[in-house]
Design a protein around this ligand. Structure first.
Ligand code: PAF
Length: 306
């Protein structure tokens, strides 16, 4: 795995997506550096079981605080509630030619990144690359596709061709917001419902849930519209049901978070819809109920994904 470029790839966090991207970039010969939080130092380094069943061991990551300057491409595939902290930690150490790639569930980080990094190229992306992590093993389950768009372009550096190699099947959009709101609709439906009903994604195709799913989606579309992002209702509904079908045997990330007693991303998913809905006077009562129910949810005794 020798470097094929002088551009460094920095990957923050070693959740499933971070680990999968690290392996993919290493396999393509990039110089990759990955970063972990201090609590992860006590755990053994991550092994990645790739789709072709090969296993790759990643080296122990570095602490972000130990890196002086990061140049090249900085990909941030962390939990939505960790993004603000990561951006704050990056703020004194990002070289001016670095490109930031925001890659997480939920919304709300673009404005923060633009405020903290007014001079940098910022890319927002969403991917269906998938895997799950159990102990120190990440299992790759789908190669997926990526929708990406430049949300701040200062022409100092643009690493599009490298991003095309590191992220799976990238489609570039002049306006990425419709893709991000569509993905948000997917997460607003699948994540809380699977967690509350304690079911795999596929169970949401049951017809008795259709009306409820339509209400959740319509509220997301109303909020998008208030932000001047105009989505086609039928297309969003089709996308949500296609994802339910394509991931029918998977447990959503929120289901897994609840099952493992971890914090969820609900405040950046349905919570984002509730906040923006209230700001603009859009009815978001169903998303609000889901937010409250998830925040109140205690892990049920029989709640297991094993
Ligand atoms: O968060 C997740 O689990 C995923 O984004 C998705 C698409 C809902 C599939 O499980």
């Amino acid at each position: 795995m020798s470097a094929n470029t002088t551009t460094d790839i920095h990957i923050i966090g070693q959740g499933s997506i971070g680990a999968l991207l690290s392996v993919n970039a290493l396999l393509q010969g990039f110089h990759v550096k990955h970063y972990i939080k201090s609590s992860a130092l006590q755990h053994p380094p991550v092994n990645v079981r790739w789709l072709d069943e090969q296993t790759y061991g990643l080296s122990q990551g570095t602490l972000l605080s130990e890196q002086e300057t990061l140049s090249g491409i900085v990909i941030i595939p962390v939990k939505a509630y960790q993004v603000a902290q990561v951006l704050a930690e990056l703020s004194p150490r990002l070289a001016c030619d670095a490109t930031i790639v925001l890659l997480h569930n939920g919304m709300g980080s673009i404005e923060l990144a633009q405020t903290l990094f007014p001079q940098h190229v910022i890319i927002a992306a969403t991917t269906t690359l998938a895997g799950f992590k159990r102990d120190n093993i990440v299992t790759h389950t789908a190669w997926g596709e990526t929708q990406a768009g430049i949300v701040s372009d200062h022409k100092t550096s643009l690493h599009k061709t490298i991003i095309d190699q590191v992220l799976p099947s990238v489609t570039w959009h002049a306006d990425i917001l419709p893709s991000l709101f569509t993905k948000l609709a997917v997460n607003c439906v699948i994540n809380p419902l699977t967690a509350l009903l304690n079911v795999p994604n596929g169970d949401l195709s049951s017809t008795h849930l259709h009306d409820d799913i339509h209400v959740i989606i319509n509220e997301v579309i109303g909020v998008a519209q208030a932000k001047d992002v105009h989505l086609n209702v039928t297309e969003v509904i089709d996308t949500v049901f296609n994802v339910i079908d394509a991931t029918r045997n998977n447990f959503s990330s929120m289901h897994q978070d609840i099952a493992h007693g971890r914090k969820t991303e609900i405040e950046h998913i349905n919570g984002y819809i509730v906040n923006v809905g209230h700001e603009f006077g859009v009815d978001v009562s169903r998303n609000q109920a889901l937010l409250e129910n998830i925040l109140a949810l205690k892990k049920p005794v029989n709640f297991s994904i094993d």
